[in-house]
Design a protein around this ligand. Structure first.
Ligand SMILES: C[S@@+](CC[C@H](N)C(=O)[O-])C[C@H]1O[C@@H](n2cnc3c(N)ncnc32)[C@H](O)[C@@H]1O
Length: 213
């Protein structure tokens, strides 16, 4: 099953529990600013922003079923179907872009680099990038699956779930490399609950796009 079909299949059943750090976000992004949530799923983060007084909100996801669920739950949101690697917006269009739990299912480093460079393209200069995802774990269950799939995917931290998706847990160094063109504002390690109710190491990051020209 390809990754997109997987998200369509689970769109009605999964709850995404990664918390959004509203109090930190609000230090850098103001209520009237233009915000894009890439891989927005069923729109829960955008709805939290809406409930906190943000009004210029767009969500993008390549899963039709996720978008359908989101529009049913939150008909006031602007949610569109699109792949994150080709965002249908001009350059410098958004004050902030959010990417939560999306790198994990786009496991190739090249694909992740392309996603982040596309996000940088649509961010205004001084725009804020909010990123949250999973880090490598050290428990037996995770170590076993990292080892099992390392040869197949050529990346330590990638593994398959029997339900039909390939996921990646990242090293901290990898995340710092991916975000190297942004000015780092916040990088905080934490423990998240996953969509399958396990615990996993994770992080949230905020960076500023700063063009020197
Ligand atoms: C784990 S869910 C997280 C959803 C949301 N960010 C949240 O935290 O509630 C990942 C979402 O990203 C979407 N996604 C993954 N890769 C994508 C891509 N390349 N382009 C667009 N959407 C993508 C999936 O369809 C899924 O809805």
């Amino acid at each position: 099953m390809n990754q997109e079909k997987y998200w369509d299949k689970v769109a009605e059943e999964k709850e995404f529990p990664t918390p959004f750090k509203m109090e930190v976000f609000e230090r850098y992004v103001f209520k009237n600013m233009k915000i894009l949530d890439v891989g927005c799923g069923y729109g829960r983060t955008l709805n939290e922003l809406y409930n906190n007084g943000f009004s210029n909100l767009t969500g993008l996801d390549y899963s039709q079923s996720m978008i359908d669920r989101g529009l049913k739950l939150y008909p006031h949101l602007n949610l569109i179907i699109n792949n994150a690697d080709d965002i249908p917006s001009p350059d410098n269009a958004f004050d902030s872009v959010i990417l939560i739990g999306v790198l994990t299912s786009n496991v190739e480093t090249k694909t992740q680099e392309n996603l982040i460079s596309e996000i940088s393209r649509v961010l205004k200069n001084n725009g804020i990038f909010y990123l949250a995802d999973f880090l490598i774990n050290m428990d037996k269950r995770n170590l076993k699956r990292y080892q099992k799939y390392e040869n197949k995917y050529g990346i330590y931290g990638v593994f398959e779930l029997p339900e039909g998706v390939v996921l990646r847990h990242h090293t901290e160094n990898h995340i710092l490399k991916l975000t190297k063109d942004f000015t780092n504002l916040v990088f905080e390690k934490t423990v998240y609950k996953t969509m399958n109710a396990h615990k996993s190491n994770g992080f949230f990051y905020m960076g500023k796009k700063q063009q020197l020209y």
